[in-house]
Design a protein around this ligand. Structure first.
Ligand code: AMP
Length: 443
């Protein structure tokens, strides 16, 4: 029979790698909590129209990458609801903000999420069809301060702290202001005018973008088109005083907090509701992800809540590609191990060995071994138990792989209450009284 495999673009995460995933998520939770964020969990599937309206029908995500199906109440029923696996989480968070009337609290909402997202993209390293995002949204009525440049700088400083605490090296923060909803139409006119005489010289993709969504031409990595793109008008020259002032305040606060950044005038977002600060964190080298793949992206928005039928709620959000974060950490650990000549596996750094492996010497000691394990576990130690049918050599091999120490439990040990403990790193064997075992294993 053919062996069934995980669907293309999806994958299983197994131990010990999952220890690293948990470490990343625990760090995110700890850091975000210090900045006053609370966790939100929205459903993994939503009404398709949420994404059509909230992400934008003209985007690649909605036009070709969503997993959508008609959900019928009954097989013979005519009425079906179109449902979609979430391709991103901002739309879901804003829907929940509206549905639960969070605006009525009058308070700024700081919400973070961790979970899988789904896009039918061509799978490659760092690009999957089920991938994980760690993200957050800060939003609320304007009087809650949701418009403030301080919020943008706070989010960016939090992200820098998060990456530093994880030990991500060489990250680069690029940011730009894409202006307000009144700045952008003026810029788009200038951009279309500048593109008109040169667009036929560009690659097919950019010719199409020049027509449908000229902002996306600025994103293009096509090497032949770079010279033309670099000469196009810059949005910075089209910002009104309020937008310029907002961006200047973000940069001043980042300077004050010593967060390094570079302004990239070509960094834009294709959707109308993105306003002002837009940013990306990238890893220029070492992650093997290639330059096209940002680690995380985000930006300020205004108008999204209204598009979903809610009250005005400006905000700023980001989504970190957790898969790419993990790949980066693994690549960095591997590079460091190579440099120091150590032979640790990339995940080795994040996996804690168990405190002890209990080896019953015969079937007759199995029950006593399980009881001893129960008591040690209750004391907070991490314990594995062998089996009385194992030969001593097999117990040693299993114990050495899993634990720092092995506790031998035979008839004599049970009778005398004196246990033999083998320490693998020291290579020593010690006699320890049962009453002192917890303290000994903690040491
Ligand atoms: P986006 O929601 O497209 O702005 O993406 C935010 C972040 O999610 C990106 O910077 C990536 O790190 C990550 N990401 C987006 N799409 C994928 C994917 N198909 N596989 C893995 N990570 C992704």
């Amino acid at each position: 029979m053919a062996i069934l495999k995980a669907v293309r673009g999806t994958r299983d995460l197994l131990p010990p790698e999952t220890a690293l995933w948990n470490h990343v998520e625990a760090t995110a939770r700890a850091v975000f909590a210090r900045y006053g964020f609370g966790e939100i969990r929205t459903p993994i599937f939503e009404d398709t129209s949420l994404f059509a309206r909230g992400v934008g029908e003209e985007t690649d995500i909605v036009s070709k990458e969503m997993y959508t199906w008609e959900d019928r109440a009954r097989a013979d029923s005519d009425s079906a609801q179109s449902l979609t696996l979430r391709p991103e989480n901002t739309a879901g968070v804003v829907r929940a903000y509206i549905e639960h009337k969070l605006a009525d609290t009058g308070m700024l909402q700081k919400l973070f999420y961790i979970g899988p997202q789904f896009r039918r993209e061509r799978p490659q390293r760092g690009r999957y069809r089920q991938f994980w995002q760690i993200g957050a949204e800060v939003l609320g009525p304007a009087w809650s301060g949701s418009d403030s440049p301080l919020r943008d700088a706070e989010v960016l400083e939090m992200l820098a702290t998060f990456l530093n605490e994880l030990g991500i090296k060489n990250w680069r923060l690029e940011l730009n202001s894409v202006g307000s909803s009144t700045d952008r139409p003026r810029y788009l006119i200038a951009l279309r005018e500048a593109l008109a005489p040169v667009k036929h010289l560009m690659c097919a993709d950019n010719q199409r973008r020049a027509e449908t969504n000229p902002l996306r031409v600025l994103d293009s990595k096509d090497p032949q088109d770079q010279e033309i793109i670099n000469k196009l008008p810059r949005i910075a020259d089209f910002l009104d005083d309020a937008s310029k002032g907002h961006f200047a305040q973000v940069l001043t606060a980042l300077d004050a907090c010593n967060v390094p950044y570079s302004v990239n005038p070509r960094l834009v977002r294709g959707l109308d509701y993105y306003t002002r600060t837009t940013f990306e964190f990238t890893i220029p080298d070492g992650s093997g992800l290639g330059t096209q793949n940002a680690l995380l992206g985000g930006g300020r928005y205004d108008g999204l809540s209204e598009m979903l039928g809610g009250p005005k709620a400006p905000g700023i959000g980001f989504a970190i590609g957790e898969d790419r974060l993990i790949l980066t950490l693994q690549a960095q650990a591997e590079a460091e191990a190579k440099e120091s000549g150590a032979s640790v596996s990339a995940c080795g750094t994040w996996v804690q060995k168990l405190d002890a492996f209990i080896a019953p010497m015969g079937i007759a000691q199995n029950a006593a071994a399980l009881l001893l394990a129960k008591e040690l576990r209750a004391a907070g130690l991490a314990i594995e138990v062998g089996d009385g049918s194992f030969r001593l050599k097999k117990s040693f091999e299993a114990a050495d792989k899993l634990a720092r120490r092995m506790v031998i439990l035979g008839e004599d040990e049970i009778a005398s209450g004196i246990l033999t403990v083998k320490d693998f790193s020291a290579g020593e064997q010690t006699k320890v009284a049962r009453a002192g075992l917890v303290d000994f294993l903690r040491g």
